[in-house]
Design a protein around this ligand. Sequence first.
Ligand code: SF4
Length: 415
Amino acid sequence: MLTEQDSQWREMPWQRALDDASPAAARALEKSLGGCDLCFDEGLILARAAGKDLLAMLRVADELRRRAAGEQVTYVVNRNLNFTNVCIVGCAFCGFSRGARAEDAYFHSIEQLVAKCAEAVSCGATEVCIQGGLPRDLDGSFYASLLRAIKAALPHLHLHAFSPMEIIYGIEKTGLPLLEYLRSLKEAGLGSMPGTAAEILDDEVRQHISPNKLKVRQWVEVIRTAHQLGIPTTSTMMYGHMEQPEHWVRHLLLLREIQRETGGFTEFVPLGFIHSQTRLYRAGRARPGSPFSEHLLVHALSRILLNGHVPNIQVSWVKLGFADALACLDAGANDFGGTLMEESISKSAGANFGESVSPGELRALIRTIGRIPAERTTTYKIRREFPHPGTDELLPLERMATQPANSLAAGLAEN
Ligand code: SF4
C-alpha cells in the first residue's frame, strides 16, 4: 500500500510501471497514452486499481500531465470570501452552515466585502472567490448588487462567484429564467463560476448526503447555460464519503461529455471529504475521508479520464494538506489552486491545514518536487513564471502535515 512516507513510486519510469501492470489495466492506460477516450468499463478497472496497477496508473497520469501541462505548477493569488455561514439547505456533509440564530452566525455587509476585496488587491490578488450559505431571507438582488459594488470599486479584479446551488437560489428569489439571470450576473461583473455543489453527480448518493440540494439535472443545466453565455466554470467532485468507485467514473465521464460540447471548464478539482465535524460522519453514514493512496488514485483517475478535454487538474491544499497535495501533483495534477487568504468552509468541517498561504510559500513548496512555479489568472493565462527561487520563498514547515515535503523525495514505496 502507498503511504505518505513512501515515495519511490514518484521516481519510477511510466514505461516500467506499465510493464508490471495487469493486461486489462495496461490496455486502458496505453489507450489513454494514445490519446483515446476511455469508456466506463475501462475507467472502472482503473478506479478499482490497487498494487502494481495503481502504481502504473499514477505514473501514466504523471506522464499525461507532463504532456498536457509541462513542468509548470500554476497557482492564482486570490482571496476566498464566504460572505455568510447562515444556510437553510442542511447538507449532511457540511460543517460550515449555521442557523440564523446561532451565536457564531454571520453575514458580512456589501461594504465589508468590498473592503476585504480592496485588501486582497493590495496584497496582489487578481481574483476573489465568493460563495456563501443560503439564508432564508436573502434579498433576491444581493448577488448582483455585491458584484456591482465590487466592480465599481475594483474594476480589474476577477469575480469568481456563486455555485450552481446559489444560482438556483437566485432564480427562486428573483423569479427570472436561468439564462436571463446568469446574463444579469455577467452584466453585473461575474467573470467565472465555481463548479461546486457538484459533490457526486448521482441523485441517489445526493439523496443521502444533501437531499435538499439541487439535482444532477439542475447542476448540469446551470453549468451548460453559463458556458453558453461565455462564463467559464471550474468542475469539482467530493470523494471519500459514501460514494463508490463507479460514481467517480460516471461523474468524470459526465464532465467530459459537457466539456466536449461547451469547452467551458477551466479545471477539475477533486475535493477530499473532510469528515470530523459533519453530521454524515457522526451518524456513521460515511467513511472518514480517503486514505493517502485514494487521494492519489482519484487525482490520477481524473487526469486519465479527462485527458485531452480538461487540461488542468487542481489539488486542494486546504483539504489535503501540503504534503499530500504535493504528492498528488506527482500523480496527474498540475495546479496548486489559490492563496485563499481566508477559508472557512473546510476549516469548519474539521480541516486544519490553514486558511492562507503566501505566494512565496506556495512557490517554495512547488520547488520541493522539482517543478517550476507560475502565477496564473483565473482562466489559466500565465502572469509570471518563476524559474529561479526568490528571497520570499520559505517553506511553511510548521504547517506541513506528516513530514516536510523535501523529505518526501526519499523513502521506499510499497504498493
Ligand atoms: S454545503 Fe452549502 S448549501 Fe449545503 S448546508 Fe453547507 S453552506 Fe448550505
